[in-house]
Design a protein around this ligand. Structure first.
Ligand code: SF4
Ligand code: SF4
Length: 318
């Protein structure tokens, strides 16, 4: 489903003089991540600054992890609701591959790229089901992208949100980061955020917003690639795998069950996913990447061989 909306400002809080021509922000992600909420917040914020806003979005494939994108254009006068390729001032990705897919819309040399490093791997990129097979998901590393785009931010927003106690506020962390590269008063961001999030999550959302703002001020270590792009685990380490399943988030879609290369998962009588063959689980994380509802987290730890017993050595990976 596609929709385009044009909204005239309802009221003026503080008119911005810094914004001259239209500013173009492209927000992208997959279903369930909150792309539309982020775009509505930005549109509302622009209205409150007395600017004309046009918004165009496609979200028909949003169910179960489909692509979602939203064009937001605001300024003194805006004619078209869609952003031409190469004209986005900001591309905001709530998912890594979706961010990369839309990178060509960024203004070359001057646009700002912001993306969560969270990977939600679509099922069709996991068709090679051999153990240790490389999936077909985007293989560009974070460092490669940051090297190509002068103004790029690639936080682990989902990880930060998890530390705040709610993985779903990753979009608000990115919103906080976005607020640092735009001219709107920070207090207006907070006020509009409060309009859109459920009251019981406001406190967490405000913390997430501040965490996103604070992230830009931190001295980040050189970017390294995550486990998805690294070589195979070091030899002579015993791997310990633990699946953490948040039952209340499982929507029984069956994706993880069908795509687990080792066939370790099944839906139980209540249609909630369960690890039925723990001994066969390799910790490949395919289930975690594919779950559109973040219901599975795979924890893999390694133990050096010299700290385990001779009997256990039989289990050590070669
Ligand atoms: S845990 Fe599995 S069955 Fe449940 S929502 Fe996630 S992918 Fe679907
Ligand atoms: S990590 Fe998930 S997908 Fe991979 S083998 Fe274990 S249960 Fe299956």
């Amino acid at each position: 489903m596609s929709s385009a909306t044009t909204a005239k400002p309802k009221k003026t809080v503080q008119k911005q003089t810094a914004v001259k021509g239209p500013t173009n922000v492209l927000i992208v992600g997959v279903g369930g991540q909150g792309v539309i909420m982020v775009s509505k917040i930005l549109a509302r914020l622009s209205q409150l600054q007395g600017l004309q806003v046009k918004q165009s979005e496609v979200h028909g494939m949003a169910k179960r992890g489909g692509s979602v994108f939203s064009h937001i254009r605001f300024g003194e006068e805006v004619w078209s609701p869609t952003i031409p390729m190469g004209e986005a001032d900001v591309v905001l990705g709530l998912e890594w591959a979706e961010g990369l897919r839309w990178l060509r819309y960024l203004k070359p040399g001057v646009g700002t790229f912001i993306s969560d490093t969270k990977r939600i791997v679509p099922p069709f990129s996991c068709r090679d089901r051999r153990h240790d097979a490389r999936h077909g998901y985007a293989h560009h590393t974070i460092a490669e992208i940051v090297a190509q785009v002068p103004s790029a931010y690639a936080p682990d927003a989902t990880g930060m949100a998890t530390e705040l106690g709610n993985e779903r506020v990753a979009n608000t962390i990115l919103l906080g980061l976005l607020s640092t590269v735009m001219d709107f008063p920070v207090e207006s961001w907070r006020e509009v955020l409060a309009e859109f999030v459920p009251p019981k999550t406001l406190d967490t959302n405000l913390k997430a917003f501040e965490a996103g703002r604070a992230w830009t001020k931190q001295d980040h270590k050189p970017l390294v690639d995550d486990a998805a792009t690294q070589a195979a685990p070091e030899p002579l380490l015993k791997r310990e795998v633990k699946l953490e399943i948040t039952e209340s988030w499982c929507k029984s879609c069956d994706i993880c069950v069908k795509m687990c290369p080792e066939r370790c998962l099944a839906l139980n009588d209540h249609q909630i996913v369960e690890l039925v063959k723990p001994e066969a689980c390799t910790g490949c994380r395919v289930c975690e990447w594919l779950c559109p509802d973040f219901a599975i987290a795979v924890h893999v730890s390694t133990v050096p061989i010299n700290t385990i017993s001779a009997e256990a050595a039989g289990e050590v990976q070669a």
